[in-house]
Design a protein around this ligand. Structure first.
Ligand code: HEC
Length: 162
């Protein structure tokens, strides 16, 4: 009986954001310039987790489109988007949060994915069925993964490349 209780508690802790205080994707408040002032989680981001995420092909995959001094050892970075070296000198925390949550609010029509948005992303399945994919309410990244990436980008405060 006691063991069952412990297992139950462990299972609950691994449940996704439903039980946490994360701001839901459709409740994020954007300013007119596309920035998002308030943390999505209220928990400070972890730049180490952010780096892991940014350079992992399976998760954030920022490296597919951006080079950055902060991940200069990453294999085959792409250059579809601008270099992120020195990006902390260009945007503040709330602007970076806006770009990551929904890039389209800052850069109209951009190919950069909207990482914490349910309505502005192309879902796998569309091309296959030719119909709108039934949308499971899942964002590309979690609220905490967004905060971790912001924390990482804020460390990219080296001088801007010429
Ligand atoms: C499919 C390619 C693609 C991916 C993947 C991508 N981006 Fe972008 N990103 C872009 C493009 C293109 C722009 C330029 C905006 C535009 O379209 O005008 C951009 C712009 C940005 C900017 C603003 C740069 C500037 O100089 O104005 C930041 C910051 C950024 N991306 C961060 C990220 C992060 C962090 C990730 C990973 C979570 C990521 N991007 C993933 C394509 C991408």
């Amino acid at each position: 009986m006691r063991k069952l209780f412990v297992l139950g508690a462990a299972a609950m802790m691994t449940l996704p954001s439903v039980l946490s205080a994360d701001t839901a994707p459709r409740d994020v408040a954007f300013a007119d310039d596309g920035s998002v002032a308030e943390s999505l989680t209220g928990v400070a981001g972890d730049p180490t987790a952010g780096l892991e995420n940014a350079t992992s092909r399976g998760i954030g995959n920022c490296v597919a489109c951006h080079v950055a001094e902060g991940w200069k050892d990453a294999a085959f970075p792409g250059n579809v988007g601008p270099a992120l070296t020195g990006i902390a000198n260009v945007y503040d925390e709330s602007q970076l949060r806006g770009i990551l949550v929904n890039s389209k609010k800052t850069f109209e029509g951009t190919v950069m994915p909207s990482f914490y948005n349910l309505d502005d992303i192309i879902r796998p399945g569309d091309a296959y069925t030719g119909k709108a994919a039934t949308s499971p309410d899942v964002t590309i990244l979690t609220a905490q993964q967004i905060e971790d990436l912001i924390a990482l980008l804020l460390t990219f405060d080296e001088p801007l490349p010429e």
